[in-house]
Design a protein. Sequence first.
Length: 273
Amino acid sequence: MIEYKSPDQIRLMRRAGLVVADIHDALRENIAAGMTTKDLDAIALEVLESAGATSNFYGYYGYPGQICTSVNDVVVHGIPGERELQPGDLVSLDCGAVLDGWHGDAAFTVVLPGGDEAVRAERERLSKITRESMWVGIAAMANGKRVNDIGSAIDDFITELPEDKQPDILRDYVGHGIGSSMHQEPDVLNYRVRGRSPKLKNGMVLCIEPMLAAGDQATKVLDDDWTVVTTDGSDSAHWEHMVAKHSQGIWVLTARDGGAEGLAPFGITPVPL
């Protein structure tokens, strides 16, 4: 069952979303080569505790971290630990918060300065395309009629790129509904499929989160039962925002500006409640 939120509940989710935005800001400000992924986890925990929030990742089916720290060929669910970040690394950081029983969830990718210039340029390009595809999907949530319109828009955006420059869209990991629990119906695909899907209705809150691989989209899970890597060892990037649809429009709950900058190229103005 899809959980439809009232305006007051969306406002509560905005509070959780802003805690996630605070985590992102702190990570962006502090991340550097030489740090471990465990150091990043500690930064996130400090932000959570100062906000009176908890991580919705920690303890989820036994997950041991506050956030997910996925480096280079790690797609998602990278467990924070002793891995030391290197110059030029591509790092995807998936973060969540629970505040007053409502969940927030968003991810971003950063490429560290230094390292091989050509490798770093390709990683920055992959992150940029992934971020742009996320905003394409968010715009489709504003203008579309059904949930699968989001994935169709993302798919079209990728396939319109030059063929030799197209990243591959991961099929095994998709977006989701969110609210009083972290993962809810409906699934939010990042690619085009046939068939009908739920209508986009007021009160829906969705996590739109494309994951793109520089090589092939096939993945495998490592022996820790969490870490997902590309089978061919190619880099992967991950961007995500939590978006509410309501009677007056859409509101990107995990973006500090509500999504204004990201949606401006589409002629869409987010509407806060």
